[in-house]
Design a protein around this ligand. Structure first.
Ligand code: FEO
Ligand code: CA
Ligand code: CA
Ligand code: CA
Length: 634
């Protein structure tokens, strides 16, 4: 293993942190003495004697037109873009899309997947609801007459209407058959499409009703049509789904510089890359005509998948930025904590801590827990501690003198408020996941090639970070349910630095035994299986001449950070939304944007996955991975 990048600094843990669980503090101490790649940071005797379930034969690196899973497993396509969800939905017909039809079919570019057992309150692993985000559309692979990806040549209003109906989210009832394979239920009463054009939502929390959220169509500042660019998400313990609005700047035409929201819109990236022509046809997507409309996006949306006509709610207390996801966990004291990364280079990692406490016996009581609480942003310190800085109006410069007239201003311009407090600019924060066994929190940082040596720090240690890395944040209190996620001081460590460890310039750091196929690049989505093993999905590995896919690793013991290559996407695709059933026997994954980029066109796509039929374009799809003959994946 070659590593010429700066090491995390020696830990100087304060007393409170030293009081936290022995296992993790010994890990941190070992970190200070050894590289993060040390194969032996801590041996849990019980764990060391137990053989790892991650003993599958690894896939080779490489890229081709289809998907691959490790020997001994099957990866079946469960539902594809355009598959009908309702009795009156049309079947998929290539290049004959209508907005009406698309609004009743599975949407495009599936991302986050939440598995919600049926019935509600059960732990079923063979019957449930799949709640799936449809992040964006790749229109030059959807329509024969749209050429080019960015910027789009102006399509017609018809194209725009189909695009809007293909965005959003889907709820689909799924069942596991006796033979172990999965199928979706076409006409389930639970099935639902949420779209950018057709779903009424409300805004709640401290910013709801604020003047900066009011528009001509909505003088109340409390009602919004649609949700945009839903990337990752989360599931609450009370059975609701959280869907995160990420790259909202792709959708708003017009020059924000002449509007009263200029600084705010420019900081969110408006006017820098427009991927959609919706503003040519719909006034609210033109900031010169409706300068407040972008303020109604960039939130976390909560809805109840068990109630098909429930109104989705944009929870403003969780802040407005390019939310990658929204992962909730109950802290030892009963507060709900929601972690979320802001997916842009040099942006921040956040958590929200509810004021109210979760009541496992009373679902109704939990309904509005996400409306009241404190949003914090992370400052990673060189001594291995992490300070969570509260974004509270009236404190620490978040005052009228600095352009924050009230808490709504702090939440609408979360990025500016976080900068004010001295948060740590990160290497592109993506998914954040909590380990159900250890209680620690993993943060994927996909890359930051723009980080120069003078801007490196202990938590973002590599200049020109092309491959990304993963941090482990360690709350005080104890393992699992004892972890105090509400605490304002954590410790942290680098879990791995991605890239090819054989490349002496990469600065990659893993377990010393990682194989030539076991290294990964650009970690994006994360999932834990029920045993607390980490499954890492990537976005961008083609820059390293291999397909995106899934890698799995232990997070402690002798095989910590020994990543192993489990699944490989077809060319052009990234892997999103990994989600396990409660029994760990099925891993659902989204294969997003197959065939995108690399000169691929509608007429000559680089792949026609998964149908491989002449004249049928590639179709983003959800797959279900199971072990041949049954049993836990790991
Ligand atoms: Fe939508 Fe951060 O990827
Ligand atoms: Ca993502
Ligand atoms: Ca995740
Ligand atoms: Ca991504």
């Amino acid at each position: 293993m070659t590593n010429d990048s700066p090491q995390p600094h020696a830990r100087n843990l304060d007393e409170a942190l030293l009081a936290r669980r022995a296992l993790l503090s010994s890990t941190a101490a070992a970190m200070a003495a050894a590289a993060v790649t040390s194969p032996l940071l801590h041996i849990d005797q019980a764990e060391a004697s137990q053989s790892s379930g991650l003993d599958f034969d690894e896939l080779p690196h490489g890229i081709d037109e289809t998907h691959h899973v490790a020997e001994g497993f099957t990866a079946d396509v469960l539902i594809r873009w355009g598959d009908p969800l309702f009795a009156d939905a049309p079947g998929f017909v290539a290049n004959a899309l209508t907005a009406e039809g698309q609004s009743k079919q599975f949407g495009y570019n599936c991302d986050f997947i939440g598995y919600f057992p049926l019935p509600y309150g059960s732990n079923s692993s063979d019957h449930g609801l799949l709640c799936v985000n449809h992040e964006y559309t790749t229109s030059d692979l959807m329509f024969a007459d749209v050429k080019g990806f960015n910027p789009y040549p102006a399509p017609t209003r018809r194209h725009v209407d189909v695009e809007m109906a293909a965005h959003g989210h889907a709820v689909v009832e799924v069942k596991r058959r006796a033979d172990g394979t999965w199928a979706y239920v076409q006409n389930s009463s639970y099935n639902r499409r949420i779209t950018a054009s057709g779903t009424q939502m409300t805004l709640s929390g401290p910013a709801a009703g604020h003047d900066r959220l009011k528009t001509k169509d909505d003088p109340t500042g409390r009602k919004v049509i649609g949700t945009l660019n839903n990337c990752a998400g989360g599931q609450t313990p009370w059975g609701t789904c959280l869907i995160a609005e990420e790259n909202i700047h792709y959708y708003f035409a017009g020059d924000p510089r002449g509007t009263a929201e200029a600084g705010n819109h420019l900081s969110m990236g408006l006017n820098q890359s427009l991927f959609f022509s919706w503003g040519d046809y719909i006034n609210r997507f033109d900031v010169e005509k409706e300068p407040h409309e972008p303020n109604r996006f960039g939130w976390v949306v909560e809805y109840d998948p068990y109630t098909p006509d429930s109104v989705p709610i944009k929870r403003t207390a969780l802040g407005r930025f390019r939310h990658e996801g929204a992962t909730s966990v109950i802290s030892a004291g009963g507060q709900v904590v929601v972690y979320s990364g802001d997916d842009q280079m040099f942006q921040y990692v956040y958590k929200f801590v509810s004021t109210g406490l979760y009541d496992p016996e009373n679902r109704e009581q939990n309904r509005n827990l996400l409306d009241e609480g404190i949003l914090y942003v992370a400052r990673f310190q060189e001594d291995g501690t992490l300070k969570w800085l509260p974004l509270v109006w009236g404190h620490d410069g978040l005052t009228p003198d600095n352009g924050f007239a009230d808490q709504a201003d702090v939440l609408i311009e979360t990025r500016r408020a976080a900068s004010f407090l001295g948060a740590t600019p990160m290497d592109r924060p993506e998914d954040v996941e909590t380990n159900p066994v250890t209680g620690s929190v993993f943060v994927a940082l996909s890359k930051n090639p723009f980080r120069r040596a003078f801007r490196t720090d202990a938590a973002n240690p590599r200049e020109r970070n092309r491959a990304g890395h993963i941090l482990e944040l360690i709350p005080p209190g104890g393992e699992g349910a004892l972890a105090d996620h509400a605490a304002t001081t954590f410790s942290w460590t680098v879990f791995l630095q991605a890239g090819d460890p054989q490349d002496p310039r990469s600065g990659a750091q893993y377990h010393a035994d990682v194989s030539k196929n076991g290294w990964l690049a650009n970690p994006d989505n994360l999932a834990f299986d029920p045993k607390g093993r980490l499954w890492i999905a990537t976005d961008g590995a083609s820059d390293f001449d291999t397909a995106d896919g899934v890698w799995a690793t232990e997070v402690r013991g002798t095989k910590r950070a020994l990543t192993r290559h489990f699944f490989k996407c077809p060319v052009g695709a990234e892997l999103t939304g990994p989600a396990f059933t409660p029994d760990g026997e099925t891993l659902f994954c989204s294969v997003q944007h197959p065939g995108q980029g690399g000169g691929s066109t509608y007429d000559k796509p680089t792949t026609r996955w998964p149908d491989f039929e002449a004249d049928t374009p590639p179709r983003p799809s959800v797959i279900a991975i199971t072990r041949r003959g049954g049993g836990s994946i790991s």
